[in-house]
Design a protein around this ligand. Sequence first.
Ligand code: MN
Length: 287
Amino acid sequence: MRLVSYAAAAGPRVAVVKADGSWVDLNEADASLPATMPELLALGPQGLSRAAVAGQAGRPMDRARKKLLAPVPRPEKIICIGLNYADHARETGKEPPPEPVVFNKFATAVRADGDEIVLPRLTNKVDFEAELVAVIGVGGRHIPKEAALAHVAGYTCGNDVSARDWQTQKPAGQWLLGKSFDSFAPFGPELVTADEVGNAGDLRIGLRINGQTMQDSRTSQLIFSVAELVSYISGVCTLSPGDVIFTGTPPGVGVARKPPVYLQAGDKVEVEIERIGVLRNSVVAEN
Ligand code: MN
């Protein structure tokens, strides 16, 4: 099943995407199901099964002037993994880390498919990173690796937009700030449930700028699998429904190129992941 969040007058709502691309508002189709994505995800696989039934039976809505939001418009946690592709670690000249490198982004950085990536005034080194994003369903703490995928509701495409000068050249390396400028966490367009994705550990993942391929790899290059990441992070903090994990990026990022390539106003960026979709964002300069 494919799910989207969209903006309604009273706040975000969740819709099921039918095979023909039309949307069925979940709560209108079945008033016993919740109106928002995190509430739906909290219900676990049974809630998703009921959503699929309601989506099939429901009447498509009029999408005119409906604003698409990120699948989880305001995640409680945006957790990101650095240096998690073997081929990307080689590209940066670093040894693969013995444990996951974890950082985060502020929720104010979230944007949807179709929204703009805004180049901040405070940097001219804005880079792109195609990433598989795992979305937590049922939350938990101290989740064993063997049980971890039962806590992943689905997947979507993400772009871990990064100001490289802030990330690496500020005192102590300001990863949080360099990764958290407004608009630096676009993800979407759809949350594709885990059963529909199948094995997320072997998907083609790539990124194009203005149609030119910049990244092209497979999630089989992940050093730490989604299950390992969920288990590792849940040892530290309680994972909640709708938390998102940006799982790391393959090679080809701008900073590793000679000469480096950074995003420019007018660029059209596309992140594509097999069986999941395409995330499209255009780049504009900050006013
Ligand atoms: Mn990243």
